[in-house]
Design a protein around this ligand. Structure first.
Ligand SMILES: C[S@@+](CC[C@H](N)C(=O)[O-])C[C@H]1O[C@@H](n2cnc3c(N)ncnc32)[C@H](O)[C@@H]1O
Length: 277
């Protein structure tokens, strides 16, 4: 694997299947009869929750019957949401981290979606899908960890049928992002090779993908990330109890640095919709 360090980050991440199930149990849900909506306030590990998943799927033109991969799917929250909304689409939740994949399988089974969503573990820079076998590839807040962004774009293009669509959201480098900023988020958050919009543009062309639409999400992400930082702070007691004080403090320090860069405009966000030529 080319970025095992992102694996370590997700092995000690405050959001995980145990934490989600504990939160749902504490809210008084019947654990024998969980439905996807019970998990939803807790199982979306990106910026913008349910609305962001649905906006991405709609912009990408997801429809019933499609074969869809969620690249870097985490514990599978977006796949569960979309599997409910599009009852005859088939989903693959693809992720590098073994704990994320086990968590996704466990949560899928608890809400009865295990037959609609296959969970596959692997590296997005080299995916195990046949050429042209997919209609749609989606990804949220994950390419930011991947060192070779061209490789993941080229892999998505290879696995899509001609005319198929890749829709993703990711961090974008603003003009004032410094080498020191890059080093800080790489060290603390495993965020690497963050692209500018034009840097991504050159890669799209080379990967055989045509840009259909780009939306600048930077302003929206300032509010979302400021709230998310508050959420992690509020989770501190329970996270320290499961992960240990030092681990949680290191994560919080890094997260605060990252959110500061978004608040100052040195980092922003973008949504990209592309079709395979
Ligand atoms: C911020 S989480 C996003 C999870 C999910 N997209 C969501 O919105 O809930 C980033 C995910 O990327 C995964 N990841 C990082 N590098 C990867 C790689 N090279 N291949 C596949 N998954 C990767 C991590 O394991 C993690 O689950």
């Amino acid at each position: 694997m080319n970025n095992p360090s992102s694996n370590a980050l997700y092995d000690r991440h405050p959001i995980n299947a145990d934490q989600i199930l504990n939160t749902v149990r504490d809210a008084g849900k019947d654990m024998e009869r969980l439905i996807p909506a019970d998990l939803r306030p807790h199982d979306q590990d990106h910026y913008g929750g349910e609305a962001a998943v649905l906006a991405l799927a709609e912009a990408a033109g997801l429809k019933d019957g499609d074969r869809v991969v969620d690249i870097c799917a985490g514990v599978g929250g977006p796949s569960r949401l979309l599997a409910e909304r599009y009852p005859t689409a088939r989903f693959i939740a693809f992720d590098l981290n073994g704990g994320r994949c086990r968590g996704a399988r466990r949560l899928n089974a608890m809400v009865g979606l295990q037959d609609r969503i296959s969970v596959v573990q692997g590296d997005a820079q080299s995916m195990p899908f046949a050429n042209g076998s997919l209609d749609l590839a989606l990804s949220q807040e994950a390419f930011l960890h991947i060192p070779d962004k061209f490789a993941v774009l080229a892999e998505a293009a290879r696995a899509l049928r001609k005319g198929g669509t890749l829709g993703f959201t990711d961090l974008i480098a603003g003009p004032e992002l410094t080498e020191q900023d890059r080093a800080a988020i790489e060290d603390g958050m495993e965020m690497r090779t963050i692209q500018t919009v034009s840097g991504y543009g050159a890669m799209f062309d080379a990967a055989g993908l045509s840009l259909v639409r780009h939306d600048d999400l930077s302003a929206a992400w300032v509010g979302i990330l400021t709230e998310r930082l508050e959420m992690y702070r509020a989770m501190s007691a329970s996270t320290q109890a499961t992960l240990g004080d030092g681990v949680h403090e290191r994560y919080m320090d890094a997260y605060e640095t990252f959110v500061g860069l978004v608040q100052s405009g040195r980092l922003g966000g973008g949504r990209f919709i592309l079709t395979k030529d």
